[in-house]
Design a protein around this ligand. Structure first.
Ligand SMILES: Nc1nc2c(ncn2[C@@H]2O[C@H](COP(=O)(O)OP(=O)(O)OP(=O)(O)O)[C@@H](O)[C@H]2O)c(=O)[nH]1
Ligand SMILES: [Mg+2]
Length: 295
């Protein structure tokens, strides 16, 4: 029997760019089949680069999740987060431009395009949310298809066409010269640039985004102060930082019900992630300087 010729392995950095809420973080979670990045229906959920490891028989990929590209930066948080995509594109072997086809193309999309056009790397246009019924603005992107090496429609949420996407991605990556990450690293944590306490603060921040309304989540940040195991229970102490005393009262809520809700949701998810019994203590603190300190 003829043996199938072993193809050379590939390796590279794949950077995701797109407006907020397009589904970048959802896509990375679906590809690596693990929650590595928090997601929410609110725009501007991701604030820092998250690098996630993917590996199969074809080779190794580091996926870079990034904050969404913004039209204008109204505050320090948006200023800091929106500077991230531009800074990191040079690291890419391949760019994925993620589009939410259920939203009309607008100024924000033009800002994203402006950034992408400056980069001379292979690029794939990925039209996301094909599972979502209702409005479809994909026709507004037809004229751009020539500027991209590939075009693909997917659903990040339902994992539709992700196999094809991965095939296309590998076809544009360079030959693997050395490991991008070790097997030990892959087994321990698919997130390559976050400690477990940083990831836990992100999980808490996600629950804030899912619980608090309007602009309130944007005034918050989470820092894990302490983690220790006592008698088989993992004790976590975390601070929720917010800009003003008024916000602090709103986050705590009447009879502390709001912060309790956030705590319960976060504890359940941390228990899933760590496979340990968790005792979570959340403190709400006023600190208007958190963006300077932590972003
Ligand atoms: N129906 C549907 N919803 C999706 C899909 N992909 C993402 N979403 C939803 O869209 C919302 C935003 O997804 P995220 O992955 O947080 O988007 P993002 O691009 O990372 O957003 P930022 O971090 O703010 O830049 C979430 O509510 C997701 O569940 C999809 O394929 N189909
Ligand atoms: Mg995100």
């Amino acid at each position: 029997m003829k043996k199938k010729k072993q193809e050379k392995q590939k390796a590279g950095n794949v950077v995701l760019i797109g407006r907020p809420n397009a589904g970048k973080s959802t896509l990375i979670n679906s590809i690596v089949q693990q929650k590595v990045a928090i997601t929410s229906p609110k725009p501007q959920t991701t604030r820092k680069v998250i690098k996630a490891a993917y590996q199969d028989e074809r080779g190794q990929i580091i996926f870079w999740d990034m904050p969404g590209v913004l039209k204008k930066n109204v505050d320090l948080v948006s200023k800091k987060t929106s500077a991230v995509p531009g800074k990191n594109l040079d690291n890419a072997d391949l760019l994925l431009y993620i589009i939410d086809k259920t939203r009309e193309r607008g100024d924000e999309e033009n800002v994203a395009l402006g950034i992408i056009r400056k980069i001379d790397k292979p690029k794939i246009m990925v039209m996301n949310k094909i599972d979502k019924p209702g409005k479809d603005f994909s026709y507004q992107y037809d004229f751009l298809k020539d500027e991209f090496d590939e075009f693909l429609e997917i659903s990040a949420l339902k994992s539709t066409h992700l196999k094809t996407l991965l095939e296309k991605i590998f076809s544009y990556l360079p030959e693997k010269k050395e490991d991008l990450f070790s097997q030990k690293q892959l087994m321990e944590n698919k997130i390559l640039n976050q400690t477990s306490s940083e990831f836990i603060s992100e999980l808490i921040r996600e629950k804030i985004f899912l619980t608090l309304r309007h602009e309130l989540p944007y005034s918050t940040h989470v820092v894990v102060e302490n983690m220790e195991e006592k008698n088989g229970v993992f004790h976590i102490k975390a601070n929720i930082l917010t800009n003003t005393e008024r916000y602090k009262r709103m986050i705590i809520g009447r009879k502390a019900e709001t912060v309790k809700t956030i705590g319960i949701k976060a504890r359940k998810e941390i228990e899933l992630f760590t496979d340990k019994k968790i005792f979570l203590r959340l403190n709400v603190i006023t600190d208007p300087h958190w963006p300077e300190k932590y972003l």
